[in-house]
Design a protein around this ligand. Structure first.
Ligand code: AHR
Length: 496
């Protein structure tokens, strides 16, 4: 029997809804086909946005969407994507598949998407190949309400009211595809570019995000923080977030492995690599603490998820991959980690929304399927805006000789109505476990459960879209707790 102890009186921090954020790039079939089909498409749409996709994302309560990249962001010149469509520049997307980019989806379309989704906006600016003026004018175009050249341009394009920009990223992966910079060079550029990201609108304080490290590159965090924080007392509010990118790549980058054909060894290797996220968060935040003594800068994990070999027969530059129960576990483990570190992690964005890497949705023509990862987000949505509470789960080490993982991970929150939500992952691909939840100083009432469980490689296809989906889950309650058996390979949500 494995016990989960919960002390709901001991609140540990606020869970920003943005911990369940998403990312959409001009990459493969994410934006075009996956989201935007144009007003004249036969696929049902509202102002060009697929209705089926928007409805599914609203149900999942998508809290924030990042755009336009990714590596694409540091090659994107926003003025190419505004105004009458026939006049927009056509170009080759050199990063991703060498396909034609006709710029028919630009700033105004993104803001329309965000409006339909009812979520926050996260714009990623171009430092690698863009100018300070270009970035500054983009912010002016989007957020300035008065009379100005950029605000007038927006109005001329049919958008009288200013948009809200919640988050703004100053470059993406500037250590790599965003300009191959050294950390001190980027740190100085960050100081300069961010100066011109003005808060034009008193109701729109923009959360500025500095480009952080790739996985375990702790030197990047150290040097960028040191460079940015030198004499920082003179410029208040210059950095609200520092990003971190970490992908779960089984094996190695040369041979990532198949999304659907894998062994038990691959299963544990993938989950072990996923758990490394916690170490990364702890280590990067301890470096940030040296310079940001008041802990004001949030860690923004704005790219995470699995990265496998592309599906056979698809464009290698499109990064299209299937999604199994293994991905469901990767999502559940990561979201539990983010919850547990909600004091410092303020946003996280899985890569990417539709048809790219670890997507919540896949499309093929007019067909759409929800992936196992979608169902995990749909269960975890109850943590959004909750308070993390103290919890401790008893567990054992399982796995292979090479890759050991705990058999169970969890996070627990209490929502505004006082309901407790516990999300538990069973990392074993073979064993079910008897469990008991014990609540400190509180009686358990009205337990509801939903679970996602199946064979480790089970996935949804366009022919069999409902192979993996959540089901109701029954428990028994006695005087001191909730009892149940958690099946192998599962993600469980209980509320009470
Ligand atoms: O998500 C795919 C790519 O991964 C992004 O464009 C880039 O930022 C990262 O390297």
């Amino acid at each position: 029997m494995y016990n989960l102890f919960i002390n709901p009186q001991n609140k540990k921090g606020h869970i920003n809804p943005e911990l369940q954020g998403h990312f959409s790039e001009h990459l493969g079939r994410c934006i075009y086909e996956g989201i935007f089909v144009g007003e004249n498409s036969d696929i049902p749409n509202v102002n060009g946005m697929r209705k089926d996709v928007v409805d599914a994302l609203k149900e999942m309560r998508i809290p924030v969407l990042r755009w336009p990249g990714g590596c694409f962001a540091d090659e994107y010149h926003w003025k190419d994507g505004i105004g009458p469509k026939e006049g927009r520049k056509k170009m080759i997307n050199t990063h991703w598949g060498g396909v034609l980019e006709d710029n028919s989806f630009g700033t105004d379309e993104f803001m329309e998407l965000v409006r339909q989704l009812g979520c926050k906006s996260y714009i990623n600016g171009n430092v690698g190949s863009g100018t300070v003026q270009e970035m500054s004018e983009w912010v002016e175009y989007m957020t300035f309400e008065g009379v100005s050249p950029m605000a007038d341009m927006r109005k001329k394009n049919g958008h009288e009211e200013a948009y809200k920009v919640d988050y703004f990223g100053v470059g993406n992966e500037n250590w790599g595809c965003g300009g191959n910079m050294n950390p001190d060079y980027y740190g100085n550029l960050y100081r300069r570019y961010q100066t011109y990201i003005r808060n034009y609108n008193p109701d729109n304080k923009i959360f500025k995000i500095c480009c952080g490290a790739n996985a375990g590159d702790f030197d990047w965090t150290d040097v960028v923080m040191k460079t940015c924080f030198k004499n920082a007392e003179h410029f208040h509010g210059f950095m609200e977030g520092l990003s971190l990118h970490y992908y779960t790549v089984p094996n190695d980058w040369q041979n990532k492995g198949s999304a659907t054909k894998f062994t038990e060894e691959d299963w544990y290797n993938t989950l072990k690599k996923t758990l490394y996220m916690e170490e990364l968060i702890k280590h990067h935040t301890s470096i940030m603490d040296k310079y940001d003594k008041e802990h004001k800068v949030g860690l923004i994990v704005d790219e995470w998820g699995t990265w496998y070999d592309v599906e056979p027969g698809t464009n290698p530059g499109f990064l299209y991959q299937q999604n199994t129960m293994r991905d469901a576990l990767v999502a559940g483990i990561n979201l539990n980690i983010f919850n547990k570190h909600c004091d410092r992690v303020k946003m996280a964005n899985i890569a990417q929304l539709v048809n790219v890497l670890q997507s919540v949705i896949l499309t093929e023509g007019e067909k759409m399927i929800k992936t196992p990862t979608y169902y995990v987000f749909n269960m975890y949505k109850y943590h959004q805006d909750g308070e993390l509470v103290d919890s401790f789960i008893e567990c054992d080490e399982i796995g292979t000789e090479k890759d050991k993982v705990p058999n169970l991970t969890e996070s627990v929150s209490v929502d505004k109505d006082g309901r407790i939500h516990a999300t538990i992952c069973n990392l074993s691909c073979t064993d079910a476990y008897d469990m008991k939840i014990l609540l400190v100083d509180k009686k358990v009432e009205d337990v509801k459960g939903e679970i996602l469980t199946n064979k480790m490689d089970a996935h949804n296809t366009f022919e069999a879209p409902d192979t993996v989906r959540t089901e109701n889950f029954e428990t028994t309650v006695d005087d001191d707790g909730i009892m149940f058996k958690i099946p192998a390979c599962s993600v469980l949500h209980l509320s009470f």
